[in-house]
Design a protein around this ligand. Sequence first.
Ligand code: ATP
Ligand code: MG
Length: 571
Amino acid sequence: MCTEKQEETKQESISFVEEIVKKELEEGKNGGRLQTRFPPEPNGYLHIGHAKAICMDFGIAQKYGGVCNLRFDDTNPAKEDVEYVDSIMEDIKWLGFKWGNVYYASDYFQQLYDFAVRLIEEGKAYIDEQTSEEIAAQKGTPTQPGVDSPFRNRPISENLELFHKMNAGEIEEGAMVLRAKIDMAHTNMLFRDPIIYRVKHVPHHRTGTQWHVYPNYDFAHGQSDFFEGVTHSICTLEFVPHRPLYDYFIDELKEGKDLQDNRPRQIEFNRLNLTYTMMSKRKLLALVQEGLVSGWDDPRMPTICGMRRRGYSPESIRNFVKMIGYTKYDALNDYAMLEAAVRDDLNKKATRVAAVLDPVKLIITNYPEGKTEELDAIDNPEDEQSKHHTVTFSRELWIERDDFMEDAPKKFFRLGPGKEVRLKNSYIIRCPEEGCCKKDADGKITEIYAEFIPETKTGEANANMKIKGKTIHWVSCDHCEKAEVRLYERLFKVENPAVEAEQTGCDFRELLNPDSLEVRQCYVEPYLKEFRPLDYLQFQRIGYFTLDKASTPDHMIFNRTVGLKDNWNKA
Ligand code: ATP
Ligand code: MG
């Protein structure tokens, strides 16, 4: 528990990004306006890394009375699709955020084209006919200046004519590019005549075949921010070297106007990297296309839709992002922290039910055959207003195989010869010293025998009998449903697959965990038929689960969200 003072300082600890925004608002900068944007490229599904950016972009606008717009950075038609646009919107909403407007960088294609034409007219851009390899070879190094392109001083009229030809579809892909004419000796390599337009003869998901030239990231992002009136353009650290270029193009664009106010300011924070996870969209796409996972929403994927299908709650993702915070240094975050946040949230929300994943039969030998009792079970003991449901008790039950041991060590507090346990929500039972189980020819236990102690029924006056044994879960053999469970583990078997693949030169596919999915048949209480995909469930003593999207009441399929305890680190 924290004291009032601690609570105060805890609330005051805000990120460095927030410090900047807060200060500028207090100073009345940008006329007191706060406008951010979340700018995904619609070339894949959002992942947990994007969630970190989303929580910042939307969260800060929400907290300080600003607006966050959603802008699709759709400048590369070859990789983009409306499927991704739709999924991105769905995932942001699910995470609990609302955008102001939806914008597309492609809405600015005309403005950007006009700007490029103006740069050409002012002698600040030229058409280069070299190959991308030749251009790269002339770039120089951070300590060595680059070499001028032989096309650098082409006459303006020729540049204009060629640029129009490029856009008219008369030039082959890769045959020409438009480069900004800045400084081939600049200490920031990005200023050495960056390519700003390239030819692509691919239909765009929004503008169709209207354009044959498309702007590069550095020629679209800052300008889009500027057109929209973004005040704070928050992004990740890899864009630090791009910031001067971002400012350069805005300076060119403003044409002498005073931008004291209303000029977007780029601020960078550290990316989210997670252990046992790869976040690159290109690699995630490969996993999907090659069938190495069942789709973008495979519950093992680090995508938002995968995590949703696995049973993670939006609150747990937001809480995790809060826990790790925003800094200026790259780090690798432990997946176990994310899982701890998931457990913490689901503990408050999940309905407790019984499911037996590795069943063996238990016969209560002194319980009358054919008799049943409806026993009370609370849905969630963490919730004061929790609902209750009933479970049926009978003579024959399924229990977990590992809750019984024939030659149990002293410290084994579950079933074995002469041992007692409480059956959840029902009675204390005791195994006889002799003849407490039956085995098949291979020595595998097929039945376990025990007697129940009638006066120990849960909730009744004499229920408090003290025993050494634990409480174990069960379902009645004649009153349960068969179901499928999918037990998920880490998708990758090494802690840092991206770095490992790079250092060893191996293919990232070799680093996939071959045991990341185990499918089993299990027995569950019939109450579960009332639940729907994405409902939060806790299988008592096992873990958190949810129903898969393919589940039906007649063929229930459960996805394991996370185990109750962190077994991974112990292993
Ligand atoms: P990829 O390079 O794999 O395609 P990306 O970073 O280019 O991913 P975008 O769609 O451009 O993906 O990202 C949209 C926003 O999300 C950007 O502002 C980017 O900085 C942010 N983002 C992407 N990945 C992460 C991450 N791992 N942690 C934090 N923010 C991220
Ligand atoms: Mg990107």
